[in-house]
Structure formats: C-alpha cells, structure tokens
Ligand binder design. Structure first.
Ligand code: OXD
Ligand code: MN
Length: 607
C-alpha cells in the first residue's frame, strides 16, 4: 500500500519504526466504516472477537483479554523526563536514553507476522484550536477499532499534519511477534516484566509495549490526552485534566458548565450523564473523563473541550437504575471487553440490574459460567472482570450536549473536586477563593481500599486533581500550575467546590440517598454562582444554609442532614496530619501557597 501522505517527517518515522519492528505489512488507516467492518471481520475470523446478536446488540462485538492483561499497569508506566526531578515523587522514572535502549531491544522484530496499522487521529474536533493531531502505530487491530470510537480517526488529520508538519507520535505493540506458521493467541501480549508504558514529555513522544488493554494501548486517552498533554499544557499555559464536563441548564434556559475531577471508580460517567431530579433543570453530557481547557481571549474564561469521541466506561454496576444513558450509549455499535457473553450472544455483567439470562454464559476468561458459581474457596466467580469495559460512541448518548463538538469549547463556571470518604468530609463545601480551591483539589483524598487495609495501610490516599497516575511532570509543579492559571484568570476563574457522595453513618448506612440526587447539589452550586443563595462560613469552607439546598421530595431525616453537613473538626485534624505527611514528599517543589493554605486550615480548625 503506498503511503497516503506527503509529509516527510511522518513518512520517515513510519519507515524507521517498520525497520525496527519488521511487520509483514503496513496498512494506513482512514477511519472509514469499511475499514472498521473489515478489521472486525478479520478478528471474528481469527477468534479474537465475538459478533453479538444483531437484533439485541446491533453491530457490536465482544472481546476477552488475556487474564494477565486487564487494566492500566501503573507499576510499568514511566515518565522518562530528561531530569529525574521533573518526574517527581508520584511517577516512575527511568533515564530516557536508558529506557529507549531497553525498549528498542523489545521492539526489535516485535511485529513479525503482524500488520502495522498507521492511525491518523485527532484528539478533539478535527481542526479545533484546542485539538491535537497524532499518529498511533500499532500491531493490534483491536486498538484500531477502539480508536475509531474513542478518537477522530480520519485522513483529514493527514492533511493537517502536511500543513503544520506537527503531530504527536504514539508507538504501540502488543509485544508478541509470531514465528513462521505460528498461530496467534486470542489476546496476544507480553509478560508484566516486559510491559512498558513510556512517556518522553520533552519530546512529546509515547512508546507503549506489551499490553493490548485500555489506557495502555489506546494511546490517545491517558497517555496523550493526560500525561503528554498535561506537560504541554504546563509549558503553554493551558490545562489538561482528568475531568468530566457537563452542561446544567436551568428552567429559564441559562446554561452552566461544570468540570469535575474524581479518582477512578467514583462514578464520573454516572455524574456526566446524570438525570436531574430538580424540576426543570437538565444535564447534558460533554465528556466523561478528560477536559482540555484554554483561556478564551474573548471571554477571559476557561473554555473546555472533550478531546475524546467515545466512552471507555467500566461495565459492572452500569444499570438502568444507575446510568440508563450509558446503557443507551452502548445499545449498538459498541465494543465490550471482558464481560459475560450470554447464550443468545448478548452481554451481561455484575450489577446490571437483572440476573444473567439463562443463568449464565461465557465469562471473561472465555469459560462456561453460571451465575452464583463458586471457586474451591467458596468465593463467587465473577462473570465479568471488575474492570471490564464498554467502548461506546459519544454521539450515541441520548443526552449528549448539542455543543459537545464545538471547536471553541464551552465556558467553565464551576470546578468540582472529590474523593471517597465514608466519614469526616461533608456532602458539599465551597472554596473561599480560587487559591483555596486549588488547595482543595491538590489535597483531595480517599479512604484506603480494602486491599490496602489488608496490607496494614490505614492512612488516606491523596490524589491531587485525581491526576496522580496521569501527571506528565512533578506533582508540586502541577499544583503551582493551577495557582498560575488562577492568577491569569483572575475573577473569571471557575468557582470551586468539594463534594463527597460517600458519607456513611457509624453503623454503615449511606447518608446521602444516592447518585441520582446529585443534581440538587449541582443546583446549589449554580445558585451560589448566581448569588441567589448565601452560605455559612465554616473552618473548611462555605456551606449551604439549611433549606437552601433543595431536599423537596427526599426522605432524609433532620439528623441525617445534620450529619451530612457537619464539620467534624477532630476528623479534619486527623486528615490534616495525613495531608502534611503526604505533602512533605514534594520537598521544595511544594508551592508556598499550598503551605499557606495548610496553615490557614489548621488555624481555622483550632480557632
Ligand atoms: C479510566 C481511569 O479508565 O481513570 O478512566 O482509570
Ligand atoms: Mn479516567
């Protein structure tokens, strides 16, 4: 196939990689439906993909990964900045030259027996001033079809690269060359010790080896749109954040735009597609995972785009009750990875809201499975892997915002931070100032997971801006960048809030009736922006005046409300102690403004 571009830089890079990895052939992708169908057919024929029931799940396919390759591998993810101190204490670092030498040995001949696909893609609407053009080279057809959904794959991107001579190179291999005549496995990948998800932030270069799964392999998502983009955003004065984006419209038609950062598994997709329970107010989805934001010269505000074109959502727990809009998004034209395939070739996962039809099917390990089945230790065998995913087109979401592809982005009014705390942190509080909000985001915390508790680790997990696994540079510099953005934005900066949906009573009962009611909290935020409601000043921030956050129609007792809204000073003092220990890691890279905020919080708690 002759190369469909005249860009020499791109041609040289493709030739150089092909020489190193020695694929049997090179295919330049165009993002067309014909290409998607052809590759899916290829994978159905090879046994990698299962075509789902055309009536129940039109144009949809299921895949099962290798049991060793089921999630992002943070232990094998590297920020290979030129200087170690630029990666900081939250990232793995290897000297870039050393890492390249190691990886070149792995890449040598690694595509033998395979096809190398050249995927031209844009993160963000093609041609948007906020978007980025990129090329992923991969030997995985599964990656190509997922990229078709998650990014904008198009030959138009080649035309832009020809004009600008600029693109972000992303190299990916599953790391499993095929010997002459060797039959491929269903999910080829390399062993953990050979997996590398490498970022070279100064060169804006991504090299990934050995995994075919999710963020390890779909390089536009976490690798480009967060790790590389955050480094670039730092240098250029914009923001690449692990945030959902939604529009909340009031009954008079006034629109508010919210960007919210939560760590993985805190329900970002659910919030992004929330169905409002406040009469007359409506949520529309712009993005569920990543926001790129630049200061708009006309409005002076931060304008955000969703750089992605699809949702790579966690399947288990997604039900008609928890997130009907996500279910609707993957009703057709979707890819499912590591879920149960039912007897009639539909999909099922745990907590989907109903039992598995016919009592079972084929589980994510590709074994015959019946619901309720137990292993030798009496533990329930899950049909779907807890990190199983649906890949769904954003334009299939019934509540996608009509402006979700506006190349100029939407103006952000509100930033929300949060984590998972069953105690201490109230349902909602507002920052005193943008700088205080930067501090809230920098010190967002969650309780240790059950697994961490088992290992005796009882301290809080701090996750600044929900970006810990995704920062392309030093976390201290990251916090400073937020302060710098605040300075540039001045009074145009978004208002900042901190939420906690996860409060429990001492006897383990949820205090807040659930995700579905979160629109009430969003409305209070909008009322604050509008100056329609006041707030009481507490040690931790500004909190609702009783009666001003609407609870109409909710069955929530006065005691429960008081508990949800209490400021537990002793609990906060413990959090503060954990926070200081955490922040000490950043040494002299910790912004002075963070230390000032810590001192001010401490003084308020002791007052
Ligand atoms: C994700 C994550 O997959 O944050 O989006 O882990
Ligand atoms: Mn995410």
């Amino acid at each position: 196939m002759s190369a469909p571009t005249t860009n020499q830089k791109l041609l040289d890079w493709v030739a150089e990689v092909a020489e190193m990895t020695t694929p049997d052939q090179i295919v330049w992708c165009d993002g067309s439906k014909e290409e998607y169908d052809r590759l899916m057919q290829l994978m159905v024929d090879s046994g990698m993909a299962i075509k789902l029931n055309e009536e129940k799940r039109p144009n949809s396919f299921a895949f099962n990964s290798d049991p060793s390759d089921v999630a992002r591998v943070e232990s094998r993810t590297y920020i290979a900045s030129v200087k170690e101190e630029d990666a900081g204490p939250t990232n793995n670092w290897i000297d870039p030259n050393e890492l390249k030498e190691t990886m070149k040995k792995l890449y040598k001949g690694c595509m033998k027996g395979r096809t190398m696909y050249v995927i031209p893609f844009s993160m963000g609407p093609i041609g948007s001033p906020i978007a980025k053009n990129s090329i992923e080279l991969t030997d995985s057809p599964y990656v190509v079809v997922n990229m078709h959904i998650m990014a904008r794959v198009s030959t138009e991107v080649l035309r832009l690269i020809e004009k600008t001579d600029e693109f972000i190179p992303c190299l990916h291999s599953v790391g499993k060359p095929l010997a002459e005549g060797e039959k491929d496995s269903r999910w080829p990948c390399a062993p953990l010790e050979d997996k590398y998800i490498a970022h070279f932030p100064e060169e804006r270069l991504i090299w990934s080896y050995g995994s075919g799964y999710g963020g390890n392999a779909l390089l536009g998502k976490k690798c480009l749109a967060l790790r590389i983009a955050s480094a670039q955003a730092h240098d250029e004065g914009w923001m690449a954040e692990h945030m959902l984006i939604l529009r909340f419209t009031n009954p008079e038609g006034k629109k508010y735009h919210v960007a919210a950062a939560f760590p993985s598994a805190c329900g970002k997709t659910n919030l992004a597609m929330l169905q409002s329970t406040v009469p007359g107010w409506k949520v529309e989805t712009i993005g569920d995972d990543i926001a790129w934001m630049k200061i708009n010269p006309e409005t002076g505000k931060l304008h955000a785009i969703n750089p992605e074109a699809g949702f790579f959502g966690v399947a288990p727990g997604t039900s008609e009750a928890s997130n009907p809009m996500a279910l609707a998004s993957c009703a057709s034209d979707a890819i499912f990875t590591n879920v149960v395939v039912t007897a009639d070739k539909d999909v099922w996962w745990e907590d989907m809201g109903y039992d598995c039809p016919n009592g079972g099917g084929t589980d994510w390990k590709n074994n015959a499975w019946t619901q309720g089945m137990k292993d030798a230790d009496g533990k329930k065998i899950l049909g779907a892997h807890p990190n199983s995913r649906f890949t769904a087109r954003a334009d299939h979401c019934p509540v996608i915002c009509p402006d979700w592809e506006d190349p100029a982005g939407v103006p952000i009014d509100i930033f929300v931070f949060g984590g998972k705390r069953t105690s201490t942190v109230p349902l909602v509080h507002e920052a005193f100032s943008f700088d205080h909000g930067v501090f809230m985001g920098a010190t967002a915390s969650s309780e240790p997971t059950a697994a961490a508790l088992d290992l005796g680790n009882v301290s809080l997990r701090f996750d600044p801006y929900a970006m810990t696994p995704f920062m392309g540079y030093h976390a201290g510099d990251y916090m400073q960048h937020w302060f710098n953005m605040g300075e540039k934005l001045g009074d145009k900066a978004p208002r900042c809030f901190y939420v906690n949906w996860f409060r429990k009573t001492d006897d383990g009962k949820w205090l807040w009736p659930g995700f579905g009611e979160n629109s009430r909290v969003l409305k209070w935020m909008c009322d604050r922006v509008e100056g329609k409601v006041g707030a009481r000043e507490t040690a931790i921030g500004l909190m609702p005046i009783d009666g001003e956050l609407t609870l109409d129609g909710l069955d929530i007792s006065a005691e429960d409300w008081a508990a949800l809204m209490a400021v537990d000073k002793d609990g906060y003092k413990k959090t503060l102690a954990d926070m200081k220990a955490y922040l000490a890691k950043f040494g002299d890279k910790l912004p002075a403004k963070i230390s000032e905020q810590v001192d001010a919080l401490e003084a308020r708690l002791n007052a």
